[in-house]
Design a protein around this ligand. Structure first.
Ligand code: PNS
Length: 176
């Protein structure tokens, strides 16, 4: 491992569009396990995103503003290159269900092939978050359903303010 003497640093990468309470749960578990955990938001021009990378960065910083050993950052390019630049020895990923496993295993093994000194560590969120995903949060909110308890209150606020998701959530009579 290349982070000797500086404490064990883990990177928790993802799209976080938006950050859910499932992500928050994993970050808090990671913050207990490692000296520092970096929430690394992928800057991915290819993916159609609801929130800009800047908005996601700001919102995660807001959620973890009180937590000394949680850093929020953005990255592009290969994750293992970013992890190396940060001197991280661990990549953290959440595993919710068997359905996550295939994709996660493929990524973990590919990352190991690219950089054998960085280990992927999987963590399971608390049960209430095992079925929470950013994709479902966006879908539920855009169709007028409640996402309360699924995302941090500040993210719920942002969803409410997002012009990109307001079609169904307009009060009746105010849609035109
Ligand atoms: O939240 P997501 O979308 O499941 O996160 C996927 C992420 C960001 C972890 C993955 O797409 C990634 O690491 N992208 C960076 C590019 C890279 O390193 N690709 C090779 C992975 S084996």
């Amino acid at each position: 491992m290349n982070n000797e003497g500086a404490g064990r640093l883990a990177v928790y990468p993802g799209s976080f569009d938006p950050l859910t309470n499932g992500h928050v749960d994993i970050i808090q578990r990671g913050a207990r396990l490692f000296d520092q955990i970096v929430v690394a938001i992928l800057e991915n021009a290819e993916k159609e995103a609801l929130f800009t990378v800047g908005e996601r960065l700001e919102s995660a910083k807001q959620v973890f503003s009180e937590q000394q050993n949680v850093e929020v950052d953005t990255f592009n390019g290969l994750l293992v290159d970013y992890a190396r630049r940060k001197n991280a020895s661990v990549i953290v990923r959440g595993l919710r269900a068997i359905s996550d496993f295939e994709y996660e295993m493929q990524m973990a093994l590919m990352n190991r092939r690219l950089s054998s000194e960085i280990e992927t560590v999987f963590m399971m969120p608390a049960e209430p978050y095992t079925y929470v995903s950013s994709r479902l949060v966006k879908e539920i909110y855009s169709l007028g359903g409640s996402v309360s308890g699924l995302v941090p209150p500040s993210v719920e606020d942002r969803l409410r303010r997002s012009s990109r998701l307001q079609a169904v959530n307009q009060p009746s009579g105010a849609s035109d």
